[in-house]
Design a protein around this ligand. Structure first.
Ligand code: AMP
Length: 448
């Protein structure tokens, strides 16, 4: 769970990277960083915290040059430490290089153990550092050859941006687990996890970087190659369910439209006798609108989300800590009182959020609460870059839908089917998306 952004050939490279990271903030809130190049050397600035808190005019002023890459991080591998913040930047035999990574390598433990045994000293515990070590040890003649040789030893998910003094290189793993798109702003090329970052800086969206594609951008222009063994595509379906921002165009589909479709399908599969449909904001809103349209029930606002709950929040004293969800969400009594309410959310992970929401809605006067989830039960952890807890903590891995309904104290609970989900993203044969978090059908071995 991370966001990456890169730009080559613009006099305001680091300022635009800052804006791009802003648009990708939902992909990671732990740390933010930018590395820029003026053609001669690289400069880096990164800190723990949100993009707007990490950077200001003075720190951006220390990042000169016409090319830059940036990263926002939410740790899936490695702990939440400044040493793990990205982009990583190193000096090595060919000069300087830096890297920003979204994804997760499933054979990282084995690679790291081998490298350490051979004498490699690690500065962080992130799998991205392993990629740099593999590049540094490669005997390839050019930077690109070394990148390819390094990545051929890895298994798993990577959407990567590399910046050297003179080049920007983008690579997406052969399954294309995590997204990556290419855009253009005047004479500059732009790369980003999501199109929403292109929209913010008014860059034109050109296309997706394809699964297994490597793009090299330098003063001569852009070169595309497919250096890896071809695999069936495995684009992450959960990006459509929850992770990507609703205004993004993902794998050629509008995320907002897809989420609405999920809601419409959910209304067909899991109807409810109710008076009103409400969303768990913000993630459940498009699906709730779709559910209302599909069911003919009115859509209304029953929960309001506070926009001021940051990670810097200092926990109050023990006695009111259990407020948890209440800090983020509050119920609108006028909408809920004496109503039979359908509440739509995108997913249930541990079940604790839904349980608190049902209680909150009932405390606000709802007569019945029918929970509808716009994805199938989450039964398997993701090893490809989405932060999910262990299988034991996933409530649906060990409980039936009825048991979960009782736990969250809902009057009824309904999930979308896996067929319904795949149909909504235009993959009814389940051939182009990865939905392992719902099916357990992982596309790679997990221990390599
Ligand atoms: P839980 O209380 O663990 O069931 O949390 C479920 C809520 O977390 C849902 O409302 C989702 O919108 C949200 N969610 C789902 N997956 C993730 C994730 N990987 N990281 C953070 N939040 C998530």
């Amino acid at each position: 769970m991370c966001g990456v952004f890169g730009i080559f050939g613009h006099e305001e490279a680091s300022n635009l990277t800052y804006l791009g990271l802003h648009a990708l903030q939902h992909r990671g809130q732990e740390s933010a960083g930018i590395v820029s190049s003026d053609g001669i050397s690289l400069k880096s600035y990164k800190q723990m915290g949100l993009v707007a808190d990490v950077f200001n005019a003075s720190t951006l002023g220390q990042l000169p040059g016409r090319s830059a890459i940036g990263h926002v991080r939410y740790s899936t591998a490695g702990s939440s430490l400044l040493a793990n913040a990205q982009p990583l930047m190193v000096a090595w035999s060919m000069g300087q290089m830096s890297v920003a990574h979204n994804g997760n390598l499933v054979n990282h433990d084995a690679l790291k153990a081998r490298l350490e045994q051979e004498g490699t000293i690690y500065q962080s515990d992130s799998d991205t550092e392993t990629i740099l070590h593999l590049i540094a040890r490669s005997r390839g003649a050019t930077f690109e050859e070394r990148v390819v040789e390094a990545l051929k030893q890895t298994v798993g998910a990577y959407s990567l941006l590399f910046l050297t003094e003179k080049k920007l290189v983008a690579v997406r793993d052969p399954f294309g687990f995590r997204p990556l798109v290419l855009g253009r702003l005047k004479n500059a090329y732009v790369l980003a996890s999501e199109t929403t970052a292109l929209d913010l800086i008014e860059a034109e969206y050109l296309r997706e970087i394809e699964p297994g594609e490597m793009v090299v951008i330098d003063e001569q222009g852009l070169k595309s190659t497919f250096p890896f063994e071809k695999k069936r595509p495995g684009r992450c379906i959960f990006e459509h369910v929850y992770f990507a921002r609703s205004d993004t165009e993902l794998y050629g589909l509008s995320v907002f439209e897809t989420r609405k479709k999920l809601g419409m399908q959910l209304a067909k599969e899991q109807p409810a006798h109710a008076d009103v449909v409400i969303a768990v904001p913000d993630s459940g809103v498009p699906a709730a609108i779709g559910y209302a349209q599909g069911s003919g029930l009115p859509y209304d606002m029953g929960l309001i989300r506070s926009h001021y709950v940051g990670r810097t929040f200092i926990e109050p004293q023990q006695s009111i800590r259990h407020f948890g969800v209440k800090l983020k969400l509050s119920a609108v009594r006028a909408t809920l009182k004496d109503k039979r309410v359908v509440v739509v959310d995108d997913s249930i992970v541990r079940g604790t959020t839904s349980r608190k929401i049902v209680k909150m809605l009932k405390d606000a006067g709802a007569r019945e609460v029918h929970v509808r989830i716009a994805s199938p039960p989450t039964t398997w952890p993701c090893y490809y870059g989405i932060d999910t807890p262990s299988r034991q903590e996933l409530i649906a891995a060990s409980h039936s839908v009825d048991e979960i309904a009782r736990y969250i104290t809902a009057d009824s609970l309904g999930y979308l089917t896996l067929d319904g989900l795949h149909a909504a993203v235009g993959d009814p044969e389940r051939k182009t998306f990865c939905s392992a978090c719902f099916s357990g059908a992982y596309l790679t071995p997990l221990k390599v």
